[in-house]
Design a protein around this ligand. Structure first.
Ligand code: 2M8
Length: 438
């Protein structure tokens, strides 16, 4: 397939998934608007319907809560029932500041929108409608960061915690296994529920039912504390200072600072957050033995010692020192030399690596996009080229799927990717990478 054909197919998919104001991640499996998906999706809109990017972000921020939180799902339809958990299961009326029009979930996801906004602004620097939009949404994006610093950082470290694995974006990563194991599931008190995802995607490629019980337990815990109460920090067995989320927060802070300085908007608070976050990220999350940044388990007060994809986002957020960046680059080159597509989502040498099952090993398109950006920033253009070419090869051979097999020898036997097909962020990242010079 020629790259021109890839670009056309990517645009077609984004048009197919457009719902007159926002984009679904994929047609059936995820029938609403997802938080960080919609950010990446804007990268694609920018190439054929730039106004859609404005509408996409305005739709997402229409779900913002008074506390600043951008929920991880915006349920633009209240009658669509083909996804679990639906808006009624979340019942966000327990929080008086929760947005009810539209209905939303009660947790958040990685805050990519600040840096996405900067990417868009760079493409349309003199477009009046676009500049007006950026000025109008800027304080809302800042408020969404304020949520993390106010409600998710009780010790005022500059590092936000997450309590639900869905908030990390890497739902069933082995990273969270030890924390999840602390949850005591009592089937007699866990509300009854029916999964919908395994009716639409292969069971072996999705989280297990035991993991879903834990997701539901944590949802109920959040609900008991109105989704933003102090009791969450006191009670939750899962308290994660996630690399990906905090790196993305730092990357977006920096973008907002640059945008604010250019447009004459207030950046004082952002600069204070940023100084503290970068310092804590560097001091607390680097692990010299593993030569990567690690997540931190706040309940156990220890690093979560695994090599995985989140640590690599310190590159796109420009947090890594030159020496740390060299080590991350070596890690990727080693994987490449051993016959893996870049970048597997979990340590391929760990027994918990599962090349098929969702966030326990496969390749994820939006992560490749972030890592490509990071490698370019540090001048590792040869590795960035591999990341881009691996990704485009997978798409060409297997289609615009949600995630992909990481082992080249196994992938060679497959004619399609994993999870949902005709995926939005896959298409958007393809379009954007195709427009990069190298
Ligand atoms: C996946 O998560 C959702 C729950 O949020 C699910 O499995 O139902 C994750 O890959 C997440 O990162 C992503 O935003 C979402 C939609 O693509 O799907």
């Amino acid at each position: 397939m020629l790259y021109q054909d890839l670009a056309e197919e990517a645009e077609q998919i984004l048009r197919l998934n457009w719902r007159d104001g926002f984009t679904v991640p994929t047609n059936k499996l995820y029938p609403f608007q997802w938080n960080w998906d919609s950010g990446f999706t804007c990268l694609g809109h920018a190439y054929f319907e730039p106004k859609w990017a404005i509408r996409e972000l305005n739709s997402l921020f229409s779900g913002q809560w008074e506390n600043g939180m951008i929920p991880h799902i915006i349920f633009h339809s209240e009658t669509e029932t083909s996804y679990f958990p639906n808006h009624d299961f979340w019942n966000t009326t327990v929080n008086p500041g929760a947005q009810q029009k539209p209905k939303t979930s009660g947790i958040t996801q990685p805050p990519v929108h600040g840096f996405i906004l900067e990417k868009l602004l760079a493409k349309f620097p003199n477009d009046g409608a676009f500049l007006a939009f950026v000025k109008a949404i800027f304080p809302k994006v800042v408020h969404s960061h304020r949520f993390f610093y106010t409600y998710r950082d009780p010790k005022r470290e500059g590092l936000a915690f997450l309590y639900h694995p869905w908030e990390t974006g890497r739902d069933n990563s082995p990273l969270w296994d030890e924390s999840n194991a602390r949850i005591q599931i009592d089937k007699s008190t866990l509300p009854a529920y029916t999964r919908q995802d395994t009716k639409l995607a292969d069971k072996k490629e999705r989280p297990t039912s035991d993991q879903y019980d834990r997701f539901v337990y944590m949802l109920e815990l959040g609900k008991r504390h109105q989704y933003d109460g102090e009791g969450i920090f006191e009670e939750s067995p899962v308290l994660l200072q996630d690399t990906l989320t905090n790196a993305v927060l730092i990357q977006s802070n920096q973008s907002l600072i640059r945008i604010g300085e250019r447009l004459g908007l207030d950046t004082g608070e952002l600069k204070e957050w940023q100084a503290q976050s970068v310092k804590s990220f560097r001091e607390k999350l680097w692990n010299e033995n593993l030569a990567t940044f690690t997540c931190y388990d706040l309940r156990k007060e220890a690093q979560i010692e695994y090599k995985e994809i989140g640590g690599l986002t310190a590159l796109s957020a420009e947090i890594a020192t030159k020496d740390q960046a060299d080590k991350l680059n070596d890690y990727l080159n080693d994987l490449h030399n051993r016959g893996y597509y870049l970048c597997p989502s979990f340590d391929v040498d760990d027994p918990l690596f599962d090349s098929k099952r969702y966030w326990r090993g496969p390749i994820w398109p939006q992560m490749n996009w972030l890592i490509y950006e990071g490698l370019q920033h540090y001048g590792f253009s040869a590795t960035a080229k591999i990341v881009k070419e691996d990704f485009l090869e997978l798409i060409t051979k297997q289609g615009f799927y949600e995630y992909f097999e990481a082992q080249k020898s196994v992938a060679a036997q497959l004619d399609k990717g994993y999870g949902g097909g005709q995926f939005s962020w896959t298409s958007a990242c393809v379009l954007d990478l195709l427009h990069k010079d190298q």
